[in-house]
Design a protein around this ligand. Structure first.
Ligand SMILES: [Zn+2]
Length: 386
């Protein structure tokens, strides 16, 4: 059993909160092949985090709050907008439209604590990027109180500091994600150039919980925050701050799928650089094909079968197929966004927050049964891989 499995336990919420954080985010370079942390190559590009306010131990430092915006100006012109956007381009353009419109929102409550060794400028840059990303979710919340995010940022040298932070935040028994013997941190293999993190929600109660983010910015990490990583993780701040525990009948592609969609869509605006946007998305097409070599020949029935094998106990949701659910989830969410829109998807999360099962929330908010939804998603997957 891996460290991650121990941490996650069997609850979908725990899986959701801990899984991704560390992972994805950047396949970095040209190799999108699934890489288990601890194994070899690691990837690690993006991620960061925050920590708690009011936790100012002597050695901790606080960040300035007025970081400059990192949101690029829109350079959309009539020439670089796709002439006739296809479905996914329309979805991504819509996400960018909402993202830019949300930049007049205030700051999401991120309580940041830095370890003694982390570079302040790097941490500050990451926090600024997250604040920009969270404005989209502040706009989405539309007045619903934001759950506090307690964000601890450290380097690969700070295991003892991390242990203190987790113990103070969640209790010593939750300090399982950083294994010193293998130097794994969530899904990352830590090095001096790592940039990764993981998220956890605690306690898993309907009220009075916080989102805990633990991030490592390697002591020699020198790149800028990765937009895909930032927006992926920011989506989790929103999701997990709203729904501390997803119902047991939630398919495993759901939580990661939304985060992956927003991470990929906001990595680069297709209206600015359509080729790069397409390439970024194609990484996930390739990942699905790694696990479904015959994807191009799959019928609707075949895809329904794939989707019906994407619940927590299934191999498709397990450690060895980690990336598969992110990739399938991305495409599932493209359809959800296209067919129902972001407002409906927010309503769906509100229903889940209020205790609905996944099946009930889908029927209530989207007006379809989960069985019918799987057929619709399968139909879209056929179009993606055709
Ligand atoms: Zn994730």
């Amino acid at each position: 059993m891996t460290t991650d499995q121990k941490v996650r336990g069997s609850s979908p919420f725990e899986r959701a909160s801990c899984i991704d954080v560390s992972f994805l985010v950047e396949f970095d370079g040209n190799d999108p092949s699934p890489v288990r942390s601890g194994v070899t190559k690691v990837v690690v590009a993006g991620l960061m985090l925050l920590v708690s306010s009011g936790c100012s131990a002597g050695s901790e430092r606080s960040l300035p709050t007025d970081s400059a915006s990192t949101v690029p100006e829109s350079t959309t012109t009539s020439e670089n907008v796709p002439a006739v956007p296809n479905t996914w381009e329309s979805v991504y353009l819509g996400i960018w439209r909402d993202f830019r419109a949300a930049q007049n929102e205030g700051d999401y409550p991120l309580n940041v604590t830095l370890s003694p060794t982390v570079d302040v400028a790097s941490a500050e840059e990451s926090v600024a990027a997250y604040k920009d990303a969270m404005r989209l979710w502040l706009a989405t919340l539309d007045g619903v109180p934001a759950t506090r995010v307690e964000w601890s940022i450290m380097t690969e040298k700070d295991h003892a500091w991390w242990l203190e932070r987790v113990t103070a935040n969640e209790g010593r028994e939750r300090a399982l994600q950083w294994d010193e013997s293998t130097n794994t941190f969530g899904h990352c293999h830590l090095t001096s150039t790592s940039f990764c993190g993981y998220t956890s929600v605690f306690p898993a109660a309907p009220e009075d919980f916080a989102v805990y983010q633990y991030s490592v910015i390697g002591s020699e990490y020198s790149s800028r925050p990765n937009p895909e990583t930032v927006n992926h993780e920011a989506t989790h701040f929103y999701q997990l701050g709203l729904v501390s525990r997803f119902p047991d009948d939630t398919p495993c592609w759901f939580v990661e799928g939304q985060a992956t969609l927003y991470g990929v869509a906001l990595h680069v605006d297709p209206a600015v650089d359509q080729r790069s946007s397409t390439m970024r998305r194609d990484r996930y097409v390739d990942i699905v094909r790694q696990f479904q070599p015959n994807a191009g020949k799959h019928s609707v029935t075949d895809w329904v079968d794939v989707l019906q094998r994407m619940y927590q106990s299934e191999p498709s949701c397990g450690e060895t197929q980690q990336y598969f659910k992110y990739a399938v989830g991305l495409f599932a969410w493209e359809h959800l966004y296209d067919a129902f829109g972001p407002a409906a998807m927010h309503s769906l999360l509100l229903d889940l927050r209020d205790g609905a099962t996944f099946e009930t929330a889908i029927e209530t908010v989207l007006g379809v049964s989960t069985t019918d939804l799987e057929v619709r998603l399968a139909d879209y997957l056929v179009s993606v891989f055709d």
